[in-house]
Design a protein around this ligand. Structure first.
Ligand SMILES: *Cc1c(COP(=O)(O)O)cnc(C)c1O
Length: 402
């Protein structure tokens, strides 16, 4: 097994600087809205909390509709939020070999009971929102764009989250710009935006204990989110979880079943506002790096890669790859997952296969989502991952594919 001397993170988070930690104006949401060119954004304490506020709002608009349709391969937190909003999860299988929902399966999944459809911009790639909008219009449902992994992604020059009724971004650790935990809600329509703000004012309390905890976690993140600290903060726990045979814990898919709701304090907003002006340059730097590395990966036979579709410009937290089969994917991971080179898996399972979510997720047959979970791996697009590091990864992939 290969080993890198200093640990790389699995995704490209925007590194914080010590100066960011000084008190500043709590203008984070407005600053990001200005950068993205969107209407005002609403700050919540996590991406999941943003989704919970959105679902609670829509449920009040359409009390007779209870179903929320999501891709069967997505973040477990989405299933937890749907349950906490008192709604029913309905899975939609993926297109074969892709992260988008299958158009035929989506039409079967949706009817007059559907409240919302959640297309998901996975790995920063811009998802097929048009198809979800087409189905949603026919059955009278809303579309919520899950852009948790895609802050800064655009289609035809417009931010993701603007095509659907609602969109949300995550500011969690490792997801681009981070205040350790945070989320931003976006809605094109001012009336819906006002409803989202009312819901938040009603259901989200100020909780000093939670804000203290997140502030200390943000300090820890600022200190350890660098190659010298990540062995302690990320690599060690990863290797221990894999050693006890718990891949779900290894990638942090083992979420708490109750989502905390609280206001984000001034200090953390100020930290994010200090870092925000660096985001556009960071996105460009990681985009250029990703394009160079995709060209290298295209020279390896047997890999399926995800690039931007025409008219879209996504973000690049990591490169998402499909290998020809699970055996070869696992062979590559045997070499790379614990190596410190930033190679990992996205979500371990399709949603029905997380034992701890059994009472929140319907047992549906979703073969394409299971296949995606079995054949995919991710390569960090952190700027700390050098061209030499990347070449080590490529050679390891070539051996695994042989
Ligand atoms: C991380 C993530 C979420 C949840 O965002 P948090 O800020 O971590 O609560 C939702 N959907 C997807 C696809 C994610 O990756």
């Amino acid at each position: 097994m290969i080993h890198r001397r200093q640990e790389l993170p699995p995704t490209a988070g925007l590194p914080l600087r010590w100066r960011d930690l000084q008190p500043g104006a709590p203008t984070l949401a407005d600053d990001i809205a200005a950068l993205l060119g969107t209407p005002p954004l609403q700050l919540e304490c996590s991406g999941t909390a943003s989704l919970l506020v959105a679902l609670t709002t829509l449920r009040e608009q359409q009390p007779l509709r209870r179903r929320v349709v999501v891709p069967a391969y997505t973040c477990p937190l989405v299933a937890i939020a749907v349950h906490q909003a008192g709604l029913e999860l309905q899975l939609c299988d993926l297109r074969a070999g892709h992260f988008d929902m299958d158009p035929v399966a989506l039409r079967v999944a949706c009817d007059e009971r559907t409240l919302a459809i959640i297309p998901t911009h996975l790995a920063g790639r811009v998802a097929d929102v048009d198809d979800a909008l087409d189905v949603a219009r026919r059955v009278g449902a809303y579309v919520i764009e899950d852009a948790a992994q895609a802050l800064g992604a655009r289609r035809d020059g417009v931010s993701v989250g603007m095509a659907g009724d609602i969109g949300f971004f995550s500011l969690a650790a490792g997801k681009g710009l981070s205040i350790y935990e945070g989320g931003l809600l976006l809605a094109r329509d001012p009336v819906l935006r006002a409803h989202l703000a009312e819901t938040s004012a009603r259901i989200v309390p100020r909780r000093i204990g939670w804000e203290w905890r997140r502030s200390i976690e943000l300090l820890g993140y600022a200190a350890l989110y660098r190659p010298r600290g990540l062995g302690l903060a990320y690599g060690g726990p990863l290797r221990r979880a894999l050693h006890r045979g718990d891949p779900v814990a290894a990638v942090g898919d083992d979420f708490a079943l109750s989502i905390p709701l609280h206001r984000v304090g001034r200090w953390r907003q100020g930290v994010g506002a200090h870092a925000a002006p660096r985001l556009p340059t960071f996105l460009k730097q990681t985009r250029d790096q990703a394009q160079r590395r995709l060209s290298r990966l295209r020279r390896i036979d047997g890999l399926e890669l995800f690039d931007d579709r025409a008219g879209t410009q996504g973000t690049w937290p990591f490169l998402l790859l499909l290998l020809p089969d699970q055996a070869r994917r696992d062979r590559a991971l045997d070499q790379l997952w614990q190596s410190g080179f930033g190679v990992s898996r996205l979500f371990i399972h399709a949603l029905p296969d997380y034992a701890y979510l059994a009472d929140r997720v319907p047992q549906q047959d979703v073969p394409h989502a299971r296949d995606f979970a079995a054949r995919s791996l991710s390569i960090s697009n952190s700027p700390w991952l050098t061209d030499e590091d990347f070449e080590v990864i490529c050679r390891s992939l070539e051996i695994a594919l042989n």
